[in-house]
Design a protein around this ligand. Structure first.
Ligand code: ADP
Ligand code: ASP
Ligand code: MG
Length: 817
């Protein structure tokens, strides 16, 4: 004998019911079965809500009930041929007449007891099972409708009745013994000795099925639902959740108690007593093996699943008068029990100064009142504070038998939460070590679940959630590179990169699922595009609250640099080629580094100097290993190099600058390059990385061009003034040439002094051979003393810069494993 139970989603409509019937037809050929049905999907909820409305005098319940009636009639017409419809239609009509009377009564007396609610709710299962039994008869199966109220005997705790197994088991066994046929049983409902209708708790049809399985010593119990078994986490909150092939009864109970809605917690008890295996199967994917719940634990994973409960509040009971006073806990929990309040989690530190209790938010007022009444005297005397309530909380729980005697689970759990900026308000682990629970704020719940899911199940597959500001040349190239490389990164490095936010100076747009990178829209063309506001961009990023978020700034904007602090404060990693922050005040530079360290996130800016060349990371490595920088010499401007190589060909200076500008080798205003300011900022950053406390003002910058040019009112005026200096440059060049030297615009740092300016160098200097737009950096250190360490290569351009930013992003993926 096997018991099959189909949930509300499996029988929500005709299409689904056809699938259910196919499963029944297939199974009945193999062995004896009995079937338990829930109400049609959503019906119980509407019945209960309608009762509430009637009680409140809201007549819209009438329409709601009418819609329900029509839905059932429609189903009868769809499932059963006209000539056989009358008995079923009559049954349905009579039930709805009863319901109408019932609701009208509730409406008139404005009262609806738990007992009445149970009776109201029972119509859902009675209707569905009756209609489906009749429809199965049409399918030529010997279906017999069974109203579980005749067989499942319970106490009178309405809404959540306790089963009297002693009587129930006999009633079920006798009934099955004396009634042949395919029993079609109403889930969820039972009755008291006096014949009053009761329910076993919301979602209780699973339990009904287990009660029958146990009473009949069934070989197995199958719970058919709309997902392929118990998943590692709630699939509505964790998209990457997957089926857990095997669970013990205890694990399943723990997961479901803590919110895994897929199976009703009490279901496990009767099955466990008899050792009956429970299979959780998917009506819409019947071949999927789903989950087996038995005494076997299956694989050796540290934890099996992560579940959660929302709508939680914390009560903090604290005060100096509680320390080492015997009986405080008894009084706290006694008063809660008296008020009928269920305690979900308790945590007390050994100082005994405070007790922290998690309960459902709906019960918070009653709980606070009840405890404060109990401790009236202590509160009055100041020995205890009034009960402090923190609402909008949720509980996350990691569950698995393998945590027993296996260190590491809580470490991994709290590391994952901490790394993702999820604050933990309370922690509890029972000595059974089956479950570690943490209370977090409701706003952090989804992030917490995903971070835990990743830490325990997908540690081989990390997802970085990128928010990109600046989609100009570099930003766009970066998106293209990620799109091209993504598959390989996933396959070979278990790293996925998704972009959830994009912005330019005018627009910003977000995508929960991540933009399609191969066809990534510009911010203004994306769905839901909004005017850009960097503060709002960051706020939205924080609100989306992904684990492993990364803020990438591909702008050159000060406004964007101004939000770095907020970004790091939110524990979001930061990657940027934008030099503004690091070349700002020394306090800003140091503050950001310190903040990143404090918040445990990375702030990477390899591309601040010489694009993708590994200059900053190399310097950081040297410093980390205890080396000391004695001198840095660097050519850090590609545009200046172009200018010199053209000058050497004999082209006048003014002409060369014009060409460089036209070819896009300089900034739109060539003075940004020629004034030496840009190089100054770069050597400033290198100096700071070499642990020198430099401000920008400390850097001696000799402009390439005379003051009158720099001070020109416009770019045009500047360009017009240049020819007057052609002779000067020609002279400088000739002078250098006569000594066998070349001109270079370089930056040096030595003895704490940084300088930027034009130098004439001889052929023994490494810079002598520099060509094109190459950058070159020489580090002379205590360890690289006789010969400097040299880094050379293209130090500008969208491709190499974007590649450098990309490499920093990938580095983040490796750091946070
Ligand atoms: P039924 O109508 O079949 O009784 P339920 O709606 O009661 O189905 O339960 C199935 C739903 O439970 C799934 O659709 C899923 O959204 C939700 N769920 C929550 N947590 C989990 C989990 N850990 N594994 C599987 N499903 C879960
Ligand atoms: N129909 C009931 C409910 O919605 C019982 C069940 O579906 O298991 O709670
Ligand atoms: Mg259910």
């Amino acid at each position: 004998m096997k018991i099959l139970k189909f949930g509300g989603s499996s029988v929500a409509n005709l299409e689904n019911i056809r699938k259910v019937f196919a499963i029944i037809q297939k199974q009945i050929k193999k062995e004896e079965i009995a079937v338990v049905f829930s109400a049609l999907g959503g019906v119980t909820e509407i019945l209960l809500q309608s009762a509430q409305k009637a009680k409140e005098g809201d007549r819209s319940y009438i329409d709601e009930v009418k819609i329900l009636e029509d839905r059932h009639f429609e189903l009868v017409r769809q499932l059963i041929p006209i000539q056989s419809q009358s008995t079923v239609l009559t049954y349905v009509k009579v039930r709805f007449n009863e319901l109408d009377d019932l609701f009208h009564g509730v409406y008139l007396i404005k009262e609806c007891s738990a007992k009445t609610l149970d009776y109201v709710a029972s119509f859902g299962e009675r209707l569905s099972a009756f209609i489906l039994a009749e429809a199965l008869k049409i399918e030529e199966l010997p279906a017999v409708f069974v109203d579980a109220r005749d067989l499942v005997r319970t106490n009178n705790r309405f809404g959540n009745a306790k089963v009297d197994f002693f009587t129930t088991n006999d009633l079920i066994a006798d009934y099955f013994h004396s009634h042949p046929g395919l029993k079609i049983i109403t889930g969820f409902i039972g009755s008291t000795e006096k014949g009053e209708t009761t329910t076993l708790g919301r979602s209780g049809s699973d339990y009904t099925a287990a009660i029958f399985a146990s009473a009949l010593n069934a070989d197995s119990l199958e719970i058919w639902t709309d997902v392929s078994g118990v998943l590692t986490s709630d699939p509505r909150l964790v998209y990457s959740a997957f089926t857990i092939p095997q669970l013990t009864y205890n694990e399943a109970m723990e997961l479901s108690h803590f919110g895994a809605k897929v199976i009703f917690p009490a279901t496990m008890q009767p099955a466990m007593r008899k050792g009956i295996p429970i299979y959780i199967k998917n009506t819409f994917d019947p071949e999927n093996p789903g989950t087996l719940i038995s005494n076997e634990s299956g694989n050796g994973k540290l934890i099996k699943g992560i579940s959660s409960m929302s709508g939680i509040s914390l009560l903090n009971i604290q005060g100096a008068g509680l320390i080492e006073v015997v009986g405080v806990s008894r009084r706290v929990f006694g008063s809660l029990a008296d008020a009928g309040i269920n305690v979900i989690l308790i945590s007390q530190a050994s100082s005994e100064h405070s007790i922290c209790i998690a309960i459902k938010t709906t019960e918070v007022i009653a709980a606070k009142e009840s405890i404060e009444k109990e401790f009236l005297y202590e509160i009055k005397n100041g020995e205890m504070d009034p009960v402090l309530v923190v609402s909008e909380m949720a509980v996350v729980a990691a569950v698995g038998e393998n945590m027993k005697h296996n260190p590491g689970a809580s470490g991994r759990m709290f590391q994952a939460l901490g790394r993702n900026n999820v604050n933990v308000f309370a922690i509890a682990q029972g000595s059974s070590e089956l479950n570690i629970s943490a209370v977090v704020s409701q706003a952090d719940l989804q992030k917490a679940l995903n971070a835990l899911h990743e830490a325990f199940f997908l540690s081989d597959n990390k997802v970085l959630h990128v928010f990109l500001v600046g989609v100009g040349l570099i930003g766009k190239t970066l998106i293209r590179m990620i799109a091209q490389q993504r598959k390989k990164l996933m396959q070979e490095n278990d790293l996925d990169i998704q972009i959830h936010g994009i912005a330019n100076s005018r627009y910003m747009a977000f995508d929960e699922d991540g933009f399609d990178l191969a066809n990534c829209p510009l911010p203004q063309d994306a769905k839901g595009a909004k005017p850009m506001d960097i503060k709002k961009f960051v706020a939205q990023m924080e609100e989306m609250n992904f684990s492993n978020s990364v803020f990438v700034d591909c702008t050159a904007s000060q406004d964007v640099a101004d939000v770095y602090e907020q970004v790091l404060e939110a524990k979001v990693a930061l990657v940027t080629p934008n030099k503004k922050a690091n070349s700002g005040s020394l306090e800003t530079y140091k503050g950001l580094k310190k903040l990143a360290y404090k918040r445990g996130v990375k702030f990477l800016y390899e591309t601040n100097v010489a694009a993708g060349l590994p200059v900053i990371s190399t310097l950081q490595d040297l410093m980390l290993c205890g080396d000391k920088v004695l001198r840095i010499e660097a050519v850090l401007s590609g545009s200046m190099n172009f200018i010199f190589s053209e000058l050497e060909k004999g082209t006048p200076f003014s002409e060369v600058v014009k060409q460089a500008k036209e070819k896009g080798y300089t900034e739109p205003d060539p003075r940004d390059d020629l004034s030496g300011m840009d190089v100054g900022r770069k050597i400033l950053i290198l100096g700071r990385e070499a642990e020198q406390d430099l401000q920008f003002e400390d850097i001696q910058i000799q402009s390439m061009v005379p003051a009158d040019c720099v001070d020109a009112q416009s770019v045009e005026e500047f360009m017009a003034k240049l020819p007057a200096h052609d002779a000067e440059f020609a002279h400088l060049l000739a002078e250098a040439k006569s000594k066998g030297e070349k001109l270079r615009f370089m930056a040096t740092l030595e003895n704490g002094k940084a300088m930027v300016g034009l130098r004439s160098i001889d052929s023994s200097h490494p810079f002598y051979t520099l060509k094109g737009s190459d950058n070159m950096i020489l580090f002379t250190t205590e360890r690289y003393h006789d010969f400097p360490m040299i880094i050379r290569g293209p130090g500008a351009g969208a491709d190499v810069t974007a590649a450098g930013v990309f490499a920093d992003v990938i580095r983040l993926g490796n750091f946070s494993r």
